[in-house]
Design a protein around this ligand. Structure first.
Ligand code: NMX
Ligand code: MLT
Length: 474
């Protein structure tokens, strides 16, 4: 069997070390040997704290750009105002998780099957440490999460108190709030924990929450759509496959889809609504459950995570109205009718991206590999041919290209997960990986409470008048 990229890297490093060409730094061996994420994190934190201190001391007053009135009234677009370590978004190239693009993650991170998709455990290790984990390190996380995954009975009671037709995202946030009774951070804070140790219970809460989300989310699915049958978790499966299993799917390709899905939706730097909300709420030292639930309420908005549900509904309506094999002319009319009725075209556009989202591209590649002849996939491809030009014609849309949500529904539907109102819950389970990895670092780095300055219209008007007078005098 061919050696994977990481194994080749390790082998060549070992060769260079044993040939005396290179001295192995002690941390390099530790990095390979430590299979416990918390220990590895504890090793990394002091260095990162020093790095931040140095950055602040040496460059604290370097300006990062100018803020304009447009930015202040336009959703703070373009303001560089946050530190976020786990990922960085380039408008042209898309997301990089700790420096790795999606194809690089697919190549380097551990997979469950040969040439398969990365498992979320590997991605989480990468997000937390900045290091590509070994298979053993990722497997330790699988076990660790499985051991933390039991859900207290009252959580089901809280979810069950909601009517069956409550939106699955409402059920999810209620369930996460019910899990909060187990918060280690809250207990430790009440006991007077020293702030240098905040990250420890935040790590424990984050790991427990991530471990319990698939159980909670799959219960919501079973309860809402399949009569409430609880499928026991299969602890021999990895996180993504076990989640698919608890949702009631057995097809190995669905396991692969879930691994890919949970990996690519995890993080999209810090400014998006869900991530920024988790950061903001966490900055008040609200525990990870409170912070994550708040972020999920933001993800539930149709301009953010709920767009995946909107996309599939919109596509299914198109299939009904004009047929799955509709001509480009008919599709064009359908898209224009959507715009003319004062709605957005779901799954298209982005606040930061200016090219096709690589998360769309990798899902397209998955479809080309596993469902090339699916008529709905073909419609998604045909929409790609017509939507961007129509959006450009409006003269106002800054990014006419598809985002992650334009493609996810068609894949899920193909494998039998047809209930589109549930899709944002999947997004939420994945988003936990990124925002909670960062939340641990927020506390480890001692980031302060967030509090940007706001202004009234009157304040802005006066300020701008004064600026104009001063400019004229000069
Ligand atoms: N369909 C119709 N109009 C659009 C679209 C679209 N897909 N995208 C942007 N516009 C409009 C936007 O509503 C605004 O109009 P107005 O001036 O009348 O208010 C104008 O174009 C300029 O907006 P932009 O600066 O291009 O986009 P902005 O950064 O404000 O918003 C989104 C970004 C993502 C909210 C927007 O593109 C959108 O509403 N897309 C459709 C919903 C969607 O797919 N959301 C999912 C995003 C990804 N995610 O998972 O979170
Ligand atoms: C996300 O994944 O959070 C979305 O693409 C929205 C964003 O980045 O603004």
């Amino acid at each position: 069997m061919a050696m994977g990229g990481r194994a080749r890297g390790v082998a060549s490093k070992l060769r260079r070390i044993s040939a005396g060409c290179e001295i192995a730094p002690h941390w390099w061996f530790r990095r390979l040997l430590t299979t416990d994420l918390r220990s590895r994190l504890a090793e990394l934190i002091p260095g990162e704290q020093e790095r931040l201190k140095k950055l602040k001391k040496e460059h604290g007053s370097v300006p990062l750009g100018q803020t304009t009135v447009d930015m202040a009234i336009g959703g703070m677009r373009g303001i560089k105002g946050m530190l976020w370590e786990t990922s960085l978004l380039d408008p042209e190239e898309g997301i990089r998780f700790r420096g790795l693009s999606i194809p690089e993650c697919q190549e380097k991170l551990p997979a469950a099957v040969s040439d398969g998709e990365p498992i979320p455990e590997g991605l989480f290790w990468l997000l937390v440490t900045g290091e590509v984990p070994s298979k053993e390190q990722a497997a330790t996380l699988t076990k660790d999460w499985a051991s933390r995954s039991d859900i207290p009975g009252h959580v089901y009671d809280v979810v069950n108190a909601l009517p069956i037709n409550a939106h699955p995202m409402t059920q999810l946030t209620a369930g996460v709030m019910a899990l909060q009774t187990d918060s280690e951070f809250q207990k430790a804070y009440e006991k007077g924990i020293h702030k240098s140790k905040f990250w420890e219970p935040v790590y424990e809460d984050s790991m427990n929450l991530i471990a319990r989300l698939p159980g909670l989310a799959s219960y919501i699915y079973q309860r809402t759509y399949h009569g409430g049958k609880l499928i026991e978790s299969n602890k021999s499966l990895d996180y993504g496959a076990n989640f698919a299993h608890m949702l009631g799917f057995k097809e190995p390709k669905m396991y692969e889809l879930m691994r890919l899905y949970l990996s690519i939706h995890s993080d999209h730097e810090g400014g998006n609504v869900s991530a920024h909300t988790v950061r903001l709420v966490g900055s008040a030292l609200s525990d990870p459950y409170l912070s994550f639930a708040a972020g999920m309420n933001g993800l539930a908005g149709p301009l953010h995570g709920l767009a995946n549900q909107e996309v599939l509904r919109w596509i299914n309506e198109a299939v009904e109205a004009i047929g799955a094999d509709a001509s480009k002319e008919k599709l064009t009319k359908y898209v224009k009718d959507t715009l003319n009725s004062g709605k957005v075209v779901p799954g298209y556009g982005h606040a930061v991206l200016r090219k096709t989202d690589p998360r769309y591209t990798c899902q397209r590649e998955f479809a080309l590999k596993h469902l090339p002849d699916d008529p709905i996939f073909k419609m998604v491809s045909n929409l790609y041919e017509v939507v961007p030009d129509i959006l450009l014609e409006t003269g106002k849309v800054k990014n006419p290209w598809p985002n992650v949500d334009a493609h996810s529904g068609v894949l899920l539907q193909y494998f039998g997960l047809t209930e589109e109102n549930y899709y944002t819950v999947l997004f939420g389970v994945s988003r936990a990986l990124g925002v909670l990895a960062q939340l641990v670092w927020d506390r480890a780095l001692g980031l302060p409470i967030e509090r940007p300055k706001s202004m009234t219209m009157g304040w802005l008007e006066n300020y701008c008048k004064k600026q104009t007078v001063t400019a004229k005098k000069k």
